[in-house]
Design a protein around this ligand. Structure first.
Ligand SMILES: [Zn+2]
Length: 210
């Protein structure tokens, strides 16, 4: 059983932290932003970021020299996104629950989760979070067969506990299942993380078919 609640599906849509806009324009990282836009399309096409309440539930980012570039809150991932549609997070304050950004829109509600993973894993250049019911249902099989990590218990998304526990569960792995919620795939690049997300999805579908 996935145990995904409707409330917990609004991930990427509702953020609780304070956003401080340092500049309206994000930095321009043309190649990485184009790859991020590409994988936003793939996530939509593969059903890994289902539309809930008029926006896609999922969030994708890549590391930048100052922090990371991430999809904005209430993004619709399918519609040919460009670099101005992304937000650059340049500072996170976990204690003050503040995020400082360059860009026109608030970042994804999961911005702290991305930040925790980048802080813990210097080797990671991209973090892709999506929702995949079949992966949730096959979590134990994927853990056994592919070394996928699974969080100990379901947490309300977008909270400090969720961010910290998910980063901790990921450890030195490359794919973590947020129990009752979704998954995060990481890699050196957006392409590497994206390919891993699609691979796990297809593996889960194969296992579900028996
Ligand atoms: Zn989510």
């Amino acid at each position: 059983m996935s145990g995904t609640s409707e409330e917990n599906r609004e991930c990427g849509i509702r953020h609780t932290f304070t956003v401080k806009v340092r500049d309206r324009l994000p930095n321009h990282y043309p190649e990485e932003a184009a790859r991020l836009a590409h994988w936003c399309n793939v996530f939509d096409a593969e059903g890994l970021a289902p539309v809930v309440g008029g926006a896609s539930a999922g969030n994708l980012s890549f590391r930048t020299p100052r922090g990371f570039m991430i999809t904005a809150t209430r993004s619709t991932l399918k519609s040919g996104l460009g670099w101005r549609d992304f937000v650059e997070v340049v500072r996170e304050d976990l204690l003050g629950w503040e995020i400082h950004v360059l860009g026109e829109r608030p970042p994804s509600s999961d911005a702290f989760l991305h930040g925790r993973i980048y802080a813990a894993r210097p080797d990671v250049g991209a973090v892709l979070h999506g929702h995949d019911d079949v992966v949730l249902e096959r979590a134990d099989d994927l853990a056994r067969l592919h070394g996928v990590r699974v969080t100990a218990q379901a947490r309300r998304f977008g909270t400090r506990m969720d961010a910290e526990e998910t980063a901790e569960a990921l450890g030195d792995g490359s794919f973590v299942i947020r129990r009752g919620h979704g998954f995060a795939a990481v890699g050196k690049s957006v392409d590497e993380a994206g390919a891993l997300a699609v691979f796990m999805h297809r593996e889960a579908v194969r296992l579900a078919r028996g």
